[in-house]
Design a binder for this molecule. Structure first.
Ligand code: AMP
Ligand code: ZN
Length: 463
């Protein structure tokens, strides 16, 4: 069985991506903290790992894909207090807006989309187990911390020795920790904060424990792949490994994939730097699909710079793909018997597409294979048989669908009224009745159509 290769952050090597069970992949992707509209940087992992999922499915695998919503967090609580409302009101609003954006970006709905607030019993369960086994301790004010010294592999994902991590960590005012690198599993509530009952105190979970709990609840103790942006490698993912491996006594995830940052002027796009563009604003200006296309133009481990000029370029590249696909439909509708050799060019483009995607999900090269198919259609399309052109269209659509683009094609049937007018126009033009031909052109325009005269006859275009 051939598998694609992926760069595993854990081993820092490109490795064959072999699932625990052949033909089935279990993937967990860290989702957003919902207190605002997401920015294009947040959309990068969503689009990239959705494309990975689509590709694995295309290769015949079943994919269980879980992506969470962080709905308990300081920033959400702060916003709720400022607005005089509850954390749920804030979180549910922006969760909904996030899913609207994902739909616009053609990201397939995850198999499960858990919220932290629905996972409290599972979080308490893991925390209790960690205390019992000596991996965590409760402080006198009701906080619970993970004891990093109890896990001798701590640092294996970020490839840093514990001493370095300890010397870089700080103990904040009010924290009673054994080591500066210990991290909170549970925090006793402070006034004005939401709280849940637990054996430790009335309080709320720390950040990292949520993903250990949600991953186990929805995918089991050991999964194939865990992913997110590279800022999550440390401390978030390092801490998830420590919690899960200590609680379950087995490997948490066999592979870890991390996307590089989306930058603005070579700085990470982030809310705190205030250099961000929301997906919603850019979508309102250019459409969602251009954002998806843009995010695929670079390899996911390379930084990607955002500028409006690049977005404009992406818009015209995407238009070229749409035009080529429409042209292909036009050729099909006018073809009959003919040559068949476009089939082997299409097969070649598909084989090369698979080759580049197998090499650590190279979406940038994947896109260029689709453009090679465009050239093939434009150069060789004319004398091909209907069957050969339909075969090419099928491959074109398959590859576009793996990348999750060209989902706004208007495949509506052309109305009979329009077809009749176009036929009449051809007839009156033969009779050189230009006045009527012009009139028909105006009538078609008022119906939202345009006719382009080509060597193969009139092409009807929806405006
Ligand atoms: P957050 O809501 O900050 O936890 O981010 C949600 C996801 O977006 C995480 O996987 C982050 O690593 C990722 N992310 C945040 N900012 C960027 C950025 N500028 N470029 C790429 N990924 C990012
Ligand atoms: Zn996470």
């Amino acid at each position: 069985m051939e598998h694609m290769k992926v760069f595993n952050t854990l081993t820092r090597k490109k490795e064959e991506f072999v699932p625990i069970k052949e033909g089935e992949y279990k993937i967990y992707v860290c989702g957003p903290t919902v207190y605002n509209y997401v920015h294009i940087g947040n959309a990068r992992p969503a689009v990239i790992f959705d494309t990975l999922r689509r590709y694995l499915e295309y290769m015949g695998n079943d994919v269980k894909y879980v992506s969470n919503i962080t709905d308990i967090d300081d920033k959400i609580i702060k916003k709720a207090n400022e607005e005089g409302t509850t954390f749920e009101t804030v979180a549910r609003k922006y969760e909904e807006e996030y899913y609207t954006d994902l739909k616009g970006l053609n990201v397939k709905p995850a198999t499960a989309r858990p919220r932290v607030s629905d996972t409290i019993p599972e979080i308490i369960d893991i925390t209790e187990k960690l205390i019992e086994e000596g991996h965590a301790y409760k402080t006198e004010n009701g906080d619970v911390y993970f004891r990093v010294h109890s896990f001798n592999e701590y640092g294996k994902l970020s490839h840093q020795p514990l001493e370095d991590l300890e010397s870089g960590a700080r103990i904040a005012v009010g924290e009673i920790k054994e080591s500066p690198a210990d991290f909170a599993l549970w925090k006793a509530s402070k006034p004005g904060e939401p709280k849940w009952e637990s054996p430790f105190s009335e309080g709320r979970p720390g950040w990292h424990i949520e993903c250990s709990a949600m991953s186990r609840k929805h995918l089991g103790e050991t999964i194939d792949l865990h992913c997110g942006g590279e800022d999550l490698i440390f401390p978030h993912h390092e801490n998830e490994i420590a919690q899960s491996e200590c609680a379950n006594n087995c490997t948490f995830a066999h592979y870890w994939m991390h996307n590089a940052f989306l930058n603005v002027d070579n700085q990470k796009m982030s809310k705190s730097l205030n250099n961000f563009f929301t997906v919603r604003d850019i979508a309102n200006e250019y459409g969602y699909e251009v954002i998806r296309y843009f995010l695929l133009t670079a390899h996911y481990r390379s930084p990607l710079n955002f500028t409006r000029e690049i977005i404009e370029q992406c818009k015209s590249s995407l238009e070229r793909l749409y035009t080529a696909r429409e042209h292909l439909d036009f050729l099909i509708s006018h073809a009959g018997e003919g040559k068949e050799d476009i089939k082997s060019s299409a097969d070649k483009a598909k084989a090369e597409f698979i080759e580049v995607m197998n090499d650590d999900l190279n979406t940038a090269d994947g896109l260029s294979k689709l453009f090679e198919l465009v050239t093939v259609i434009n150069v060789d399309g004319k004398e091909q048989s209907k069957n050969a052109l339909e075969y090419t269209a099928k491959i074109f659509d398959e590859l576009a669908d793996v990348l999750g683009i060209l989902y706004n094609r208007n495949t509506d049937e052309i109305p009979t009224e329009v077809k009749v007018l176009v036929e009449e126009r051809t007839a009156v033009r033969k009779e050189k009745n230009w006045a009527r031909a012009d009139q028909i052109r105006d009538e078609l325009a008022s119906l939202g159509y345009e006719v382009k005269d080509t060597t193969q006859g009139p092409q009807i275009i929806k405006k």
